[in-house]
Design a binder for this molecule. Structure first.
Ligand code: NAD
Ligand code: UD1
Length: 358
């Protein structure tokens, strides 16, 4: 474990009063969604403390966060499976609450290396929860996914829809959800929010924070962005024979900044009597692959060459959220439209054609 927090920065933070701010431990805080949430936490007056093993992210993000927020994030280079290291973080800091992003997230990879996924995601979470108990911290917001709904019986999907994961990655999310529900049932002191994200896209409006996938992207928008910037030749559209308006898959894309804000709302509503609750985090509206391509072309002024290919194994036709419950219970609602998501994603890609590794 290492902790870089230069003395000068600590003094400046203290001078700005952040020593009194609520400390929020952000696991996976160096990653795509985590880094945007760290920025939103600063803006709302919290003191984020990052824990990341940098397995799928780049410490350059710390410089970007410092430039954008004026604060050098306090951070630990630490794997969640390092139980002793994690306990030390809780001993050395008065952590008020945890936002738990850290995890591996590639569906295809999880099918090839299930043990690594169960170890990283499930064992990592068990360690985290044990360390929280030891450190007397009982508030947690967990990054789940719409993948826990599998192939839904109907859309829009409510939080009451049946849960059934179809791959090891999804099963780690479902297992962690079950662990959290059991924990809440065992001890009413726990305050738990499970956020089921739909399809996060977009980037910070400055263009200096964004998604930086390792290798060839699996997800639609990062793939399109890399085609637009000339890194990849053409997009494969996986199937045009679905039962949707234009035959291509329909998803609920949500701006990463709206997603970040949902975590703040979730932190605010955490109270013991709520126990463990799950919330859909989407816009409530679906767009097809062809609609997304068109919106990206408009935002970027680039033509996206594509070819229709067979369906991708495991894909579903349509997935979008019923957001009525999260709107009401979290007092939160997505603000950004598809065009803004694409414009922001493009700005990030254009300014950082090689991601953070330039
Ligand atoms: P990301 O890979 O950019 O961020 C995850 C971060 O966790 C990375 O910085 C990685 O280095 C770190 N990490 C992974 N395992 C770790 C471990 N054992 N110890 C310490 N750090 C570790 O991913 P993201 O897109 O920001 O996703 C964040 C969370 O949201 C993940 O749990 C993911 O499953 C979930 N989620 C993401 C999406 C999406 O499309 N991006 C959709 C639904 C749910
Ligand atoms: C994928 C994951 C899901 C995860 C979600 C997070 C799979 C099978 N599922 O879902 O578990 O929670 O990301 O965002 O990986 N598409 C193309 N060409 C591409 C890439 C995608 O046509 O190169 C299509 C897909 O068929 C789909 C849509 O674009 O219709 C969105 O795909 P993607 O971004 O991968 O998200 P999901 O399939 O929703």
């Amino acid at each position: 474990m290492s902790n870089e927090n230069p003395t000068g920065k600590v003094a400046r933070d203290a001078a700005q009063g952040t020593e009194q701010a609520r400390k929020v431990l952000v696991t996976g805080g160096g990653g795509y969604i985590g880094s945007h949430t760290v920025l939103s936490l600063y803006a709302a007056g919290y003191q984020p403390i990052l824990v990341d093993n940098w397995s799928n992210s780049n410490p350059v993000v710390l410089d970007r966060l410092e430039t954008l927020s004026g604060m050098r994030p306090m951070h630990y280079k630490l794997d969640l499976r390092d139980a002793a290291g994690l306990n030390e973080v809780f001993t050395n800091n008065e952590i008020d609450s945890v936002i738990h992003f850290a995890g591996l997230k590639a569906v295809g990879e999880s099918q090839h290396m299930p043990l690594e996924y169960y170890d990283n995601n499930v064992v990592g979470t068990l360690n985290l929860l044990s360390a929280m108990r030891g450190g007397a911290c009982s508030k947690i917001v967990f990054s789940s996914s719409a993948t826990v709904y599998g192939d839904p019986e109907s859309v829009p999907i409510t939080e009451q829809a049946s849960l059934r994961a179809t791959n090891p990655y999804g099963r780690t999310k479902l297992m962690i959800e079950e662990i959290l529900r059991d924990l809440s049932a065992s001890d009413p002191q726990w305050e738990i929010a499970i956020l089921r994200y739909f399809n996060p896209v977009g980037a910070h409006a400055s263009g200096s924070l964004g998604e930086d996938p390792n290798g060839e992207p699996n997800n639609l928008v990062p793939y399109i962005a890399q085609v637009a910037v000339g890194k990849l030749k053409q997009l494969s559209v996986f199937g045009d024979d679905y039962n949707t308006a234009d035959g291509t898959g329909v998803r609920d894309y949500i701006h990463v900044l709206d997603l970040a804000q949902a975590h703040l709302s979730a932190l605010e509503v955490l109270v013991p009597e709520h126990g463990c609750k799950a919330y859909n985090i989407g816009t409530g509206r679906g767009y097809s692959v062809l609609e997304v391509i068109k919106a990206f072309e408009l935002a970027s002024g680039q033509t996206i060459p594509f070819e229709i290919k067979p369906r991708r194994t495991g894909d579903i036709a349509t997935c979008y959220a019923d957001v009525a419950y999260s709107k009401k219970a979290l007092n939160w609602q997505a603000k950004f439209d598809l065009q803004t998501m694409m414009a922001d994603h493009w700005r990030w890609q254009k300014q950082n054609p090689k991601g953070y590794s330039e």
